[in-house]
Design a protein around this ligand. Structure first.
Ligand SMILES: C[S@@+](CC[C@H](N)C(=O)[O-])C[C@H]1O[C@@H](n2cnc3c(N)ncnc32)[C@H](O)[C@@H]1O
Length: 256
């Protein structure tokens, strides 16, 4: 509970084993919001630009804290030979494993794929079979990414800011994600702006309040190319919009 000298709600304190993916989808994705479709388009176009000169052989992708959101995984499909979905909460891991099974993902994600497939690189992909073929789910902790594994493209949506109230854990979450990327890797990271926490089903989850400056400051050491979109759209009370950071990993591997 202690974070510095102040008592805060840390990552280890939250009831991740009770996280309810269907309730989370009901609150966030069941009805596609224009802001989520916009995020999907911005990420699609960013990855398309990054790979416009050609896709390197055997790109591996990672979505950190994937939870009950397939959009980041779908956005990486055309560029990757393999994609890892890393997630801490067992109910989310079980949800993701069903989504990547041979039965194919739930129709709730079709509206988002529809947005992606407007770009030619995506139109050439059959998303259900491709997802089942190349995506693997792993139960794991974001902070354990400080090992030797590296990926050539990565996403982290609403995780570093939405897993703890503690500033050190936000910083560490961003650092672990960025240090998991290879030099030059395109990335997309989304953050709730000024979130005071959120409820999923019967449980409350912590957040660390960020604004555009805070996100820029945390990402800047790891990237020479960075654009931050301030999306003025509220999905619930208790936050002030969303921030989408798009960039590429620089060559400096910052030490943890
Ligand atoms: C607000 S949800 C975001 C889910 C999804 N990425 C999205 O875009 O909607 C936060 C997610 O982070 C996961 N999470 C929390 N702590 C984590 C950790 N230490 N390592 C990996 N995932 C974690 C939670 O289980 C949950 O799925």
């Amino acid at each position: 509970m202690e974070c510095g000298t102040v008592t805060m709600y840390r990552n280890a304190d939250a009831h991740w084993s009770k996280f309810d993916p269907e309730a989370y989808i009901d609150g966030n994705y069941r009805t596609p919001l224009e802001v989520d479709l916009l995020i999907v388009r911005l990420v699609r176009d960013h990855f398309g630009r990054c790979f416009s000169g050609g896709v390197p052989d055997s790109v591996g992708g990672v979505d950190v804290g994937a939870g009950a959101n397939l959009c980041p995984a779908l956005s990486m499909l055309p560029w990757c030979e393999a994609v890892l979905l890393l997630e801490r909460a067992p109910p989310d891991v079980a949800y993701l494993e069903r989504q990547v099974s041979a039965e194919g993902f739930d129709p709730v994600w079709d509206a988002f794929w529809e947005e992606l497939r407007q770009a030619p690189a995506y139109a050439a992909v059959e998303p259900r079979s491709r997802l089942a073929e190349i995506v693997r789910v792993e139960r794991g902790h974001l902070f354990d990414l400080e090992g030797p594994r590296r990926w050539g493209i990565g996403t982290m949506f609403f995780v570093a800011d939405s897993m703890s109230e503690c500033p050190d854990e936000f910083e560490r979450g961003v650092r672990c994600f960025m240090n998991a990327l290879e030099e030059g890797a395109p990335f997309a990271a989304a953050f709730m702006k000024e979130s005071v926490g959120y409820r999923v089903g019967a449980h409350d989850y912590p957040a660390y309040r960020v604004n555009e400056d805070r996100v820029r400051e945390s990402l800047w050491p790891f990237t020479g190319e960075l654009e931050i979109h301030d999306l003025h759209h509220m999905v619930r009370p208790g936050h002030e919009g969303m921030l989408l950071a798009l960039g590429r990993r620089n060559s400096e591997i910052a030490t943890p």
